[in-house]
Every structure is written in C-alpha cells, then in structure tokens.
Ligand binder design. Structure first.
Ligand code: ATP
Ligand code: MG
Length: 405
C-alpha cells in the first residue's frame, strides 16, 4: 500500500501550556532526528497530532523507526485522496481487504470537518459499510471492538483513510526530563535501566569505568555497542570512559578485603557525580536492583550513596531478573550483554564482600587511600565519544585482529 502520510498521536499530554509546547517541540525534533536519512519526508508537529508526509517514501522502514521514539502513544499510516467518493469507496475496500481474514468484523468511523461535503457522517458510514459488505463475502459489522476499524476523515484539503493503529513506545520525549549521567557496565541491567530512564524523558550521558590491562578493548567495545543500541531511543549519546585501574589497584593494596567492593563503588559514584555536575547533569542512574548481589542491599546502598547528594535513580530497584531480561530482549541488548568479557568490578571483587557494610567503618577505611588525587587523575583521563545508533565497535576490533593475523 502506498501511504501518503503517517499520523502520530501524542502520549502523556496531560500537561498544559508551556510543558505541552515543549513536549511537542522536542518530540518533533526527535522524530526528525530519527528519520533524518529519509530526505523526502516533511514533518509537521501540530498541537493535536504530528504528521509525517511521506512524499513517495516507503512507509515500512519509517514505521519501524517511529516505534522507537518515546512520547508517541500510537500512529496510523494514512492514504490521502481527493474528494471523489468513488475513489474513497475503492480505497476503503482495498484497505480492508488487505487486513481481512475469514471471521473478522469491521466498522467505519467517519469524522467530517468539511461541512460542505456532499454526504454527512452517517451517510458516509452507511455507503462505505454497504460497499464493503457487498464486496467481501462473510465480513460482518460490529460496533464494539471490531477487528478492523476504517477511519475516514473529511478535511478541507482532502479525505484521509486509515485502517491500522500501531502502538508507539509511550513515555515522554527524550530531553523533556532534563539530563543525567548513567553508570553503564557491560552487563544486562544497566542498558535496561538506561532505556527506562530515557523513556521518562531523560537525556543520558553514559559513564563507563574500565581497567586496562585487567579489562580488554573488547569489553570496552561491547559497552559502546550496548550504548549504540540504546542510542536508537535518543538520537545519539555521549559516552564517557573513565580509566579506573589506578583507583582499583590502590584500593586493593590498602583497604581490608571485606570493604574493597564498597569503597570501589563509592569512588565510582563520586567520580560519576563529579563528571555529571561538570556537564550540568541533574542525577545519576544505575542498573542496581535490590537483593541481586552483595552491593545491592539497603546497607550497601547507604554506604555507597553517602558520597553524593545528587539524586541516584535506580529504575530496576524492585524488578526480578526475569523481568529485566525480558526488557533486555525487547530492546535487543540481551545477546550483547551476555557475551563473556571481564568487567572491571568482577576482577577486583573479593570472594566474600560485606553484604552489610558499616557506614562508619566504610568512611574510616576510605581514609587509607588518597581520594582527591585518585579522583582528579581519573577525571583527567576521561575520553568522550559521541555514539550513534547502528554503530559497531566490536566488529572494528575484529578487523584489527584480522589485519594482525
Ligand atoms: P549490570 O548488569 O548493569 O552490570 P549487575 O547486576 O552486574 O548490573 P553490579 O555489577 O553490581 O550489578 O553493578 C551495579 C551497577 O553499578 C550497574 O548496573 C551499573 O549502573 C554500575 N556499574 C557497574 N560496573 C560499572 C562500570 N564498569 N562502569 C560504570 N558503571 C558500572
Ligand atoms: Mg555487572
């Protein structure tokens, strides 16, 4: 079917005034960004709906992209016709035939803006309904919850037909909720937490700690690939890699084993909060959930959270692992996440970290390391990369290896 446009209905537009205007403006910008390579499209973000005029572009890839843009409730591919009722009848039949399977029911739902059009709403419903009933044997009309609803809108500039409503990603347009730093590892959880943060409209800077030579280039590339996957929901993402080897070595040398993990995590959070503040970010997201591992008890969170007053947001806090994995599969990060590359934390995690660290002891043991100097060095060593959807850092690594062979 060659559609003329895609009509997009807004999500949670409960707010009014300036917020509503921001929502529409940012959503318009995000839709334009996510469809940037389709040159013939014209995108109009209006107060009640957003219209993507296709101008001959194939609707299939455009629809796939729109499914990933937060702030969209649902959308419908639409055919625009001149005000010629015979053409409307033909197209209505064609559209319903394309979806019809034996036993299905339908209804016609007409809205008329152009009151000078030759037929009124009821007449249009009757005439089109009759035309469908005579031409598709076995089809029946059903007013409540039909299988197919054909929407007909008689506007001043033409007649618009649609028969499909495709669910959008929901949520709020990325950027309407401000900006925060996301602590991303190569694991399953943090990419899912990033997705959920973005779904509430927050733009994220990714912060990743790596520890060469204990962690490989491949492990770093994997985290960049995960970032590229979730960048599909955001347009592009700044990826900030922080060298963490020195910090970890000094902690390992000086801090008692039971507190290694807690103090490493404090340093990670402290550094992330400092990077976040320097970029104007207003919070830190993590992929922690309660009770999963030693660092994820309330006592642990209290001992780690102690280093910052910035809000630390944990979208996965009460989710089960199976629920998290389900989302990871939906957003296509799961397969990447389970690739077995060493993580900077697992390498330096003692066999029996304290699951209930004591806050006072934690603070005292931390005095054994030079927090300020280590922090300044790590922040000095950061590298920032802009990561876009569809990029592949791990394969680049393979190319390098292939050339060496
Ligand atoms: P994930 O699956 O996200 O790795 P996890 O269940 O393995 O989480 P932890 O390894 O304890 O749990 O990590 C908890 C959180 O700490 C992560 O979700 C992430 O937000 C942060 N984190 C862990 N390692 C790193 C890292 N190398 N760089 C940045 N953040 C990290
Ligand atoms: Mg992990």
């Amino acid at each position: 079917m060659q559609y003329s446009e895609i009509m997009v209905r807004y999500g949670e537009l409960s707010t009014k005034g300036k917020n509503r205007k921001d929502f529409i403006r940012v959503l318009g910008r995000n839709v334009r960004r996510s469809l940037h390579e389709f040159e013939d499209l014209e995108i109009h973000a209006q107060h009640d709906r957003l219209h993507v005029e296709l101008n001959g572009t194939d609707s299939t890839p455009v629809i796939e992209r729109l499914k990933g843009v937060f702030g969209i409730e649902n959308f419908s591919p639409v055919v625009k016709l001149e005000k010629d009722f015979d053409a409307v009848k033909d197209m209505a039949l064609k559209m319903i035939r394309a979806q019809f399977e034996p036993g299905m029911t339908f209804k016609i739902n007409t809205k008329r803006q152009d009151h000078r059009f030759e037929f009124d709403t009821n007449e249009i419903n009757d005439k089109l309904g009759g035309h469908i009933l005579t031409n598709i044997p076995g089809i029946q009309v059903k007013m409540k919850h039909p299988d197919i609803t054909l929407r007909v809108e008689v506007r001043l500039n033409g007649i618009f037909l649609s028969s499909e409503t495709i669910p959008g990603a929901g949520g709020l347009p990325v950027g309407t909720g401000g900006k925060a730093a996301m602590m991303i590892s190569g694991g399953i959880d943090s990419p899912v937490a990033a997705y959920l943060g973005m779904k509430r409209g927050v733009k994220l800077d990714m912060v990743h700690f790596f520890s060469p030579p204990y962690t490989s280039e491949q492990a770093l590339a994997k985290t960049k690939d995960l970032t590229s996957k979730v960048a599909g929901f955001a347009g592009s993402i700044q990826f900030i890699q922080v060298p963490f080897t020195k910090v970890q070595e000094e902690i390992k040398e000086k801090v008692p084993e039971g507190y290694l993990m807690t103090i490493q995590r404090r340093m990670m959070l402290r550094i992330t909060a400092a990077i976040a503040a320097s970029r104007g970010d207003k919070g830190v997201f993590t992929g922690e959930s309660l009770g999963q591992v030693a660092s994820q008890t309330l006592e642990s969170m209290m001992a780690i959270n102690d280093v910052t007053t910035m809000p630390v947001l944990r979208p996965l806090v009460s989710m089960d692992k199976t629920e998290i994995i389900k989302i990871a599969e939906q957003i296509d990060t799961y397969e990447l996440s389970i690739l077995p590359f060493e993580d900077c934390c697992t390498i330096f995690t003692p066999p029996a970290p304290k699951t209930r660290p004591d806050l006072e002891k934690t603070r005292n043991f931390e005095k054994l390391i030079d927090v300020d100097t280590l922090m300044a060095e790590a922040i000095n060593g950061i590298t920032v990369t802009e990561i876009k959807p569809g990029e592949n850092y791990m394969n680049q690594q393979e190319d390098v290896f292939a050339e060496l062979l």
